[in-house]
Design a protein around this ligand. Sequence first.
Ligand SMILES: NC(=O)c1ccc[n+]([C@@H]2O[C@H](COP(=O)([O-])OP(=O)(O)OC[C@H]3O[C@@H](n4cnc5c(N)ncnc54)[C@H](O)[C@@H]3O)[C@@H](O)[C@H]2O)c1
Length: 268
Amino acid sequence: MGYPKISSLLFIHFHSHFHPMLSSSVGIITGGCSGLGRSAALRILRSGGSAVLADLPSQSHLADPLIEEFGAAKCAFSPTDVTSEEDVNRALDKAEDSGMGVVNVAVNCAGIATPSKVLGKRGVHDLELFANVLKVNTVGTFNVNRLSASRMSSLPPCPSGLRGVLINTASIAAYDGQVGQCAYAASKGAVVSMTLAMARDLAPTGIRCMTIAPGLFLTPLLEGLPEKVKEELGRQIPCPNKLGDPEDFGKMVEAIVTNPMLNGETIR
Ligand SMILES: NC(=O)c1ccc[n+]([C@@H]2O[C@H](COP(=O)([O-])OP(=O)(O)OC[C@H]3O[C@@H](n4cnc5c(N)ncnc54)[C@H](O)[C@@H]3O)[C@@H](O)[C@H]2O)c1
């Protein structure tokens, strides 16, 4: 027995090169037309990978400049409600039919944050509103992951057995819900909790599952706020003392895709 010879160590190293590299990523990016999702898509596209932007039909005009810049063989828009099996399957088909290939990276950025207090000025919290936030953020994320994983399972594994990676977007609200965030906090807490269970379920298939729980990032979600409010929100963040740049979210997605040892964890 003893230690393996250096030559065999080199062999192992050579064959366990990270997979998938960003340049060979075929991504489905939900909410990919705006904010954090757009940043993740740009990161993949600029590295030479391809991306299907799966977002609501109303957002299609935001996809046009990216399709123009990177070409229809690398970037496509698929009108998608993440809660619909049919829509998500159509988006996954789009990657295959347009020649990008089978999706090996799924980035879940579609989300809504409709605020409401349990007992507010307008009365009791609407039950439909609560259920809808959970439907989009939690059920939608699960829907995209299960259907993406099913496609990924048909891919040949890399030498270390990996086939793909699922990346979710939770929020610090999963741990630190603010006033009016009951539904949102519950929906994101569920995303954090499903991460490890999903990673365990999919381990035999070589599919990783990771979640990012961002703090406050300057996306269209916040851009509409008055300048003063944005400054105040930024001031509340100790270090760095500013709102996050969506580009840094894209960098985190890259780190997760390219580091095969990240699995089953939420990065706050
Ligand atoms: N911006 C922040 O500070 C922040 C912080 C923590 C978590 N998040 C989370 O990050 C994710 C992205 O947020 P963002 O700031 O980029 O917001 P955003 O509003 O800029 O983008 C969200 C995108 O999701 C899409 N979307 C909404 N419902 C959908 C549905 N049913 N099907 C498909 N697409 C749908 C929207 O059309 C939009 O393009 C969300 O899940 C949000 O909760 C954001």
